[in-house]
Design a protein around this ligand. Structure first.
Ligand code: CP
Ligand code: NVA
Length: 298
């Protein structure tokens, strides 16, 4: 039985399989020959908000022949303190797979272990593997293999997205540069666990120089709202804008996992200048996650 719990634990071979299957999934939308989820019901248990992940998985499960049940964790007993391992053992007897968005990475891992059904991490505080696979697919769709390329991250270098990128860089062989204030740089422990070519700096200009892809994400991730004022103060300047784009390779892509906060991690003009790429990236969540669902059940 397969799970998708993190990029850290995922093999290069499995990443390659999913990336290779995503293009055909996109091309064959609305006329899939196979319905790998026919007769199956998947549960989505979400403790945090979501637009893209929720909609793309709900549509994706249905388009592959399955039924889907969205469970806001506050509407089930989990929200009143029922342990994750009990929730997992109940759902494991009733549904065929689970897609979970929550805080603790250990909750997704415990769910997978106790439920014994395929389990997908739809974002935790540690990782966002479905988004990273989509981002790599989107980059390669437009620019060819990411191996050997330079990806520059600007903003909060210590969040779930930055960490998934760090693990992906070592596996897929690209350089990953992080420009972040000292307080929001990745922990040395994560860097040593990942290996690979990771450059960490507080110098935005140096990091952007010659990059093939400029990437950013929110300064305040879900669950960090109480630190908003301090984060905004410390991260001011760690923004993708015209002057940063000019330092990257001519024609470099700008991507954002969304939601985007203009005037913070990216400015309005740069966001709109790269909206085509950013919304292709958002659409690709659907196609890549269908490839993930197909891979996980076969
Ligand atoms: N990028 C992303 O995961 O978006 P949502 O939070 O809207 O799902
Ligand atoms: N780092 C962000 C990603 C949102 C998709 C968060 O966790 O809120």
């Amino acid at each position: 039985m397969k799970n998708l719990l993190s990029i850290e634990k995922m093999s290069r071979a499995d990443m390659d399989k999913i990336l290779a299957a995503s293009g055909p999934m996109k091309k064959e939308r609305d006329h899939h020959k196979q319905q790998p989820l026919a007769g199956k019901t998947w549960a989505m248990i979400f403790t945090k908000s979501s637009t893209r992940t929720r909609v793309s998985f709900e549509v994706g499960v249905r388009e592959l022949g399955g039924q889907v049940m969205f469970l806001n964790s506050n509407d089930i007993q989990l929200g009143r303190g029922e342990p994750i391992k009990d929730t997992a053992r109940v759902l494991g007897r009733m549904v065929h797979g689970a897609i979970i968005r929550t805080f603790k990475q250990s909750d997704v891992e415990d769910f997978a272990r106790f439920s014994n059904i395929p389990t997908i991490n739809a974002l935790t505080d540690d990782e966002h593997p479905c988004q990273i696979l989509t981002d790599i697919f989107t980059f390669e769709e437009k620019c060819g293999p990411i191996q050997g390329k330079v990806v520059t991250w600007i903003g909060d270098g210590s969040n779930n997205m930055a960490y998934s990128w760090i693990f992906a860089a070592a596996k897929l062989g690209f350089e990953f540069r992080i420009a972040a204030p000292k307080e929001y740089q990745p922990s040395p422990e994560i860097l040593s666990r990942a290996g690979g070519k990771i450059v960490v700096t507080d110098d935005v200009k140096a990091a952007a120089q010659g990059a093939d892809l400029l990437y950013t994400d929110v300064w305040i991730s879900m669950g960090q709202e109480a630190q908003a004022a301090e984060r905004i103060k410390k991260m001011a300047g760690y923004q993708i804008n015209e002057s940063v784009v000019k330092l990257a390779k001519p024609g470099a892509l700008v991507m954002h996992c969304l939601p985007a906060y203009r005037g913070k991690e990216i400015d309005e003009a740069t966001f709109e200048a790269h909206a085509q790429t950013i919304f292709d990236e958002a659409e690709n969540r659907l196609h890549v996650q269908k490839a993930i669902l197909d891979w996980i059940v076969t």
